[in-house]
Design a protein around this ligand. Structure first.
Ligand code: URA
Ligand code: SF4
Length: 201
């Protein structure tokens, strides 16, 4: 079994926070083992909790159509959440729950080595932009170590509010150019070479 599959199993039986008492199924995440992009949502909702899969409800359909706008399918990307179990009545995940679950996300990023991590909504934004305000920083990429993070509005919020909907649609359209630019940056193998400047940063 791959390390990723082992991690998924570990999440499915995780007892580390109170959400383990109320979940039906934990939702580890899904997607290919070598994705270019990893999406991080907030938390499973009703349908995700029933099926053990991320973004299978209305927000998921919208996410799929956003992916379609840049010629990607859901199976091209890895999709997960900042907390892997559904909070009761879809309340916000609490800080101690986010903290307890965080090592799983860190491990997913380390194992999957995506070029780009797209955070969806203000909770998952905190992994890379602590204290930031989403309406100010959405759509602006930031490099941390080997990974570039791109914050976006949450598709569930954007689905029903036209203002956010236009903004998330515009932010998605930035992804192809960003990926193309990232793919021209090789890992540092020649220490004498001048560092490349990324125009989008
Ligand atoms: N919203 C999320 O943030 N995550 C899901 O998996 C589904 C809806
Ligand atoms: Fe474990 Fe995360 Fe589920 Fe809490 S939310 S029980 S830490 S998998």
């Amino acid at each position: 079994m791959s390390e990723l599959a082992q991690l998924h199993d570990q999440v499915r039986s995780c007892p580390l926070c109170r959400l383990s008492n109320t979940r039906t199924l934990a939702v580890p995440g899904e997607g290919p083992e070598g994705p270019q992009i990893l999406f991080v949502g907030e938390a499973p909702g009703y349908h995700e909790d029933q099926q053990g899969r991320p973004f299978v409800g209305a927000a998921g359909q919208f996410l799929e159509s956003l992916l379609g706008s840049i010629d990607l399918r859901r199976t091209d990307v890895y999709i997960t959440n900042i907390v892997k179990c559904r909070p009761p009545d879809n309340r916000d995940p609490q800080p101690d729950e986010i903290a307890a679950c965080r090592p799983y996300l860190d491990r997913q990023i380390a194992l999957l080595e995506p070029r780009l991590v797209v955070t969806l909504g203000r909770h998952s934004m905190q992994i890379a932009f602590p204290g930031a305000t989403i309406s100010r920083i959405h759509g602006q990429p930031k490099r941390i170590g080997d990974v570039v993070y791109l914050p976006m509005f949450h598709p569930a919020a954007a689905l029903h509010q036209q203002r956010y909907r236009s903004l998330i649609e515009e932010d998605f359209l930035k992804i192809p150019a960003l990926l193309a630019e990232l793919s021209t940056v090789e890992p540092e193998d020649d220490p004498d070479e001048a560092p490349e400047q990324l125009s989008l940063f």
